[in-house]
Ligand binder design. Structure first.
Ligand SMILES: CC[C@@H](C(=O)O)C(=O)SCCNC(=O)CCNC(=O)[C@H](O)C(C)(C)COP(=O)(O)OP(=O)(O)OC[C@H]1O[C@@H](n2cnc3c(N)ncnc32)[C@H](O)[C@@H]1OP(=O)(O)O
Length: 300
């Protein structure tokens, strides 16, 4: 079969692969009434979530509510969802750094918002809204990094588990305080924590609300690097760190994250099929042809 026809077949199946992007975890068939909960969240104002998409393909998402230790108000939950949707459509994107304003990460839900969302139905609806957002964040075809400075508490601890990697500054902590609030994680943090560090370590952190300092986080696999207090500052350190994992063409970087995200979630044979489809999107592509024409050697 002519190579070009074969590639066309691979590419057409790869196109189908793209069509499955950004299906929400919860929809109306699960009783999720998105517009209804968004209208309620919109009344809980304060703070903001800002997204910068840079020319080099690395975006920065800032959780900005320093007067409340970057706690999420209702409007910030809506803005986070909108930023993640924007990133889902950013075809040039390769990486994402999530961080908090004024050198602290996030202290979870704004307790004023929590007190305003009194009935259990609305609480569960808010939980579904946030889980939809954080599941899409985790599945973005970008390498994502949570830059943890200061405190990542409650929902803030859950948010950092939705990123592929966590970089912690020397004085920072991640703390699942839910049990002290008479709660369990609801933003998907328990499920992702078990994926990251295993059920034994996850149960220890959730049942003790332990302050997880950087060295222990590194030891149990929750953190990937402890950032030294370099002269450039933590955000610049994080930019340097992510740059070493996002070199080269955007489509190849995105394909790498897609094959790993597929293997992380799918059954073995389904993941193999997805890997084949993603392979078809880069086989014979510009980066592949350039490497072949250069006679690339791997002895650096
Ligand atoms: C599924 C989980 C999810 C949910 O249930 O929806 C949650 O995340 S529940 C919330 C979990 N988070 C908390 O319980 C954090 C509560 N705050 C603290 O423990 C402390 O503030 C701190 C984060 C450890 C920082 O302590 P400290 O350095 O002493 O500063 P302050 O306490 O003075 O905080 C400064 C300022 O910020 C306000 N603040 C902090 N966190 C929140 C929050 N989550 N919601 C609302 N406001 C918050 C704090 O009240 C102070 O404000 P003022 O008192 O007006 O100065």
């Amino acid at each position: 079969m002519a190579l070009s026809i074969w590639r066309c077949m691979l590419n057409s199946s790869a196109a189908r692969c793209h069509l499955h992007r950004s299906l929400s975890l919860y929809n109306s068939s699960h009783g999720f009434k998105e517009e209804e909960i968004k209208n309620k969240l919109a009344l809980l104002t304060g703070g903001s979530v800002a997204l910068i998409k840079r020319e080099n393909g690395i975006a920065e998402l800032c959780i900005d509510n320093p007067a409340r230790m970057n706690a999420f108000t209702g409007t910030m939950m809506i803005e986070l969802s909108e930023c993640v949707s924007d990133l889902e459509n950013w075809q040039e994107g390769k990486g994402l750094i999530v961080y908090g304003a004024e050198n602290t990460f996030c202290s979870g839900s704004d307790l004023n918002a929590v007190k305003a969302v009194t009935n259990p139905q609305d609480g569960v609806m808010m939980c579904m809204f946030i889980q939809n957002t954080l599941t899409k964040l985790q599945r973005l075809p970008l390498i994502s990094v949570a830059l943890v400075q200061g405190k990542a508490l409650g929902g803030g601890a859950e948010l950092c588990t939705a990123c592929d990697f966590r970089l912690m500054t020397e004085d920072s902590e991640i703390r699942f305080v839910h049990k002290h609030m008479g709660l369990v994680p609801g933003w998907g943090g328990a499920t992702r924590l078990i994926q990251l560090i295993g059920s034994r370590h996850a149960l220890k952190l959730l049942s003790s609300a332990l302050r997880v300092h950087p060295k222990y986080a590194l030891n149990i696999g929750l953190a990937d690097e402890i950032l030294s207090s370099g002269t450039d500052g933590p955000l610049a350190e994080a930019q340097k760190w992510i740059a070493s994992y996002t070199k080269g063409a955007a489509d190849v970087n995105r394909a790498v994250k897609k094959v790993v995200a597929s293997g992380r979630e799918k059954l073995f044979e389904d993941s193999l099929r997805t890997e084949k489809e993603i392979f078809g999107t880069v086989w014979g592509g510009p980066a592949n042809m350039q490497a072949l024409s250069k006679g690339t050697k791997h002895n650096e």
